[in-house]
Ligand binder design. Structure first.
Ligand SMILES: [Zn+2]
Length: 171
């Protein structure tokens, strides 16, 4: 909610960005932009799903899945059944979002632009001009032939994979 308010302050006056998280959800949910809440270990060891779904504490570090409550006699009690989880990850399923892109004719046309309207003049102007794209086409020709197939790239800035020293990587 703070982020929404901050963004609204930065944008020009009269913008239509929702004021509150609740209003943003009211817009997103009918569009199929739901998200799934998955409990996570506070130390980022595991997600409580699949084999770990029913566990009440982390099998690696032993930390409770739920917030702890202090009793009157200063002992600590787990809030296992109805207590709030220590950490929650919001999972945004990607397939419904990609499907939505193809529901809009203009967006669908733009998604296939690389196959039909791109200039092929030997210059590097689009990811399709690069060797990685072509290599994927060679390895998976059936995938490459279908112009509606989506290729996802992953990029990161300033990531320190294993927390070693103070070196950051961009990839
Ligand atoms: Zn853990």
């Amino acid at each position: 909610m703070k982020l929404l308010l901050l963004l609204k302050d930065i944008l020009l006056e009269g913008n239509t960005l929702p004021n509150r998280n609740y209003e943003a959800k009211k817009i997103h949910f009918p569009m199929g932009m739901k998200y799934k809440k998955i409990h996570a270990c506070s130390n980022d060891c595991i997600l409580y799903q699949k084999d770990f779904e029913l566990l009440k504490s982390c099998p690696r570090c032993g930390l409770s899945r739920y917030k702890l409550k202090k009793k009157d006699d200063d002992t600590i009690e787990d809030i296992e059944k109805h207590g709030p989880p220590m950490k929650v990850m919001l999972y945004l399923p990607i397939i419904p979002r990609i499907k939505r892109l193809f529901e809009n004719p203009n967006d669908a046309k733009n998604l296939r632009w690389h196959a039909y309207e791109r200039k092929c003049d030997g210059m590097y102007q689009h990811p399709t001009d690069f060797i990685q794209w072509k290599k994927l086409d060679d390895e998976f020709p059936e995938f490459g032939k279908e112009t509606r197939n989506i290729r996802l790239g992953l990029a990161t800035n300033g990531m320190n994979s294993f927390g070693n020293m103070s070196t950051n990587h961009n990839s």
